[in-house]
Design a protein around this ligand. Structure first.
Ligand SMILES: [Mg+2]
Length: 310
């Protein structure tokens, strides 16, 4: 698919979010269509062109390649709780994930607030499993202190930023550790030595360059995987669900329910009884499309990124 073909079907939408997440309160998303459906290109606004390359490769794969063999047509998902402190807001978010058995709670900025948030979600959903995600924000002693105070959890995702810190934490605590940024932010994700550093791998289809490459990375590292989102629109989420369904074994609830954090979306993939169905979505753009200057910004970003594709 050449740049012109992308541009012919290109649409750019702005999706407002219910709560601030990763310090943002909206997502801008570029979508284009190829012979096998829609592709989503939605790297975060601050990313450099070179960091956008795998995201574009994924969008191209989604639009131009046939879908792989799937082992299931629906995927169990977790609820995702942003770094909120207000209890009413937390209740609203928890309720937007009907039937899920697992909640992933964002932490890392304020230890005291983190513990309160975790305890509050536990009190609301005593039967649910809890996993937490620090996005690499903790130092080893802080992570150790936190883990000593929150009781049993399924795993902690990317507690610390570096491989050395993750390895150090792993030697000190008896809690499973999942790697996310350590893989998707690596210059060469095949070159990172993760053995003895993390127990599980988070796979995100866009930043890892599409389904084929994400699967190759999973195989290369040989660790159990959890598929998660990059806060995509329903188009990108559906592609993440597709990746999840290509694994014969999937023992974890996946982090693909994040559409519930958006106020508006180009389509809806409802969470029913904790599961989401892979869907054939035809996006609806009404009232979501960005102004001409933002469209041009995305168009130029795509053209620059396309130049860098291998
Ligand atoms: Mg993460």
């Amino acid at each position: 698919m050449i740049a012109q073909q992308i541009l012919d079907s290109l649409r750019v939408v702005k999706l407002p979010m219910k709560n601030e997440f990763r310090e943002i309160n909206f997502r801008e998303v570029a979508l284009f269509k190829g012979e096998f459906g829609w592709g989503e290109f939605s790297p975060f606004l601050e990313y450099s062109d070179s960091e956008c390359v795998p995201w574009l490769a994924c969008a191209l794969e989604s639009a131009t390649q046939p879908r792989p063999h799937l082992f299931r047509n629906e995927v169990s998902v977790n609820g995702t709780i942003p770094e909120l402190s207000d209890q009413l807001e937390i209740i609203k978010v928890v309720e937007s994930f009907p039937g899920v058995d697992t909640f992933k709670i964002k932490i890392g900025v304020n230890l005291e607030e983190d513990i309160k948030r975790i305890n509050f979600v536990r009190a609301l959903k005593p039967e649910a499993q809890i996993r937490i995600d620090a996005n690499g924000l903790l130092k080893v002693p802080h992570a150790e202190e936190l883990l000593g105070q929150i009781g049993e959890i399924e795993y902690i995702e990317q507690p610390c930023a570096t491989l050395a810190e993750l390895g150090e934490l792993k030697s000190r605590v008896n809690v499973k550790i999942a790697g996310d940024e350590v893989l998707r932010k690596a210059r060469d994700p095949f070159g990172v030595e993760l053995n003895g550093i993390v127990d599980y791998l988070i796979l995100k289809v866009q930043p890892l360059g599409g389904i084929k490459r994400a699967k190759a990375l999973a195989e290369h590292h040989g660790l159990p995987v959890i598929i998660s989102s990059a806060l995509e629109s329903a188009i990108g989420i559906n592609y993440g669900l597709t990746l999840a369904a290509t694994f014969e074994e999937m023992d974890f609830d996946c982090g693909l329910g994040t559409g519930s954090l958006l106020t508006l979306d180009v389509g809806e993939i409802p969470i029913c009884d904790g599961k989401m169905k892979i869907s054939n979505i035809e996006p609806e753009f009404d009232s979501l499309e960005v102004a001409a200057d933002r469209f041009d910004w995305w168009k130029n970003r795509i053209l620059r990124t396309a130049e860098l594709l291998p």
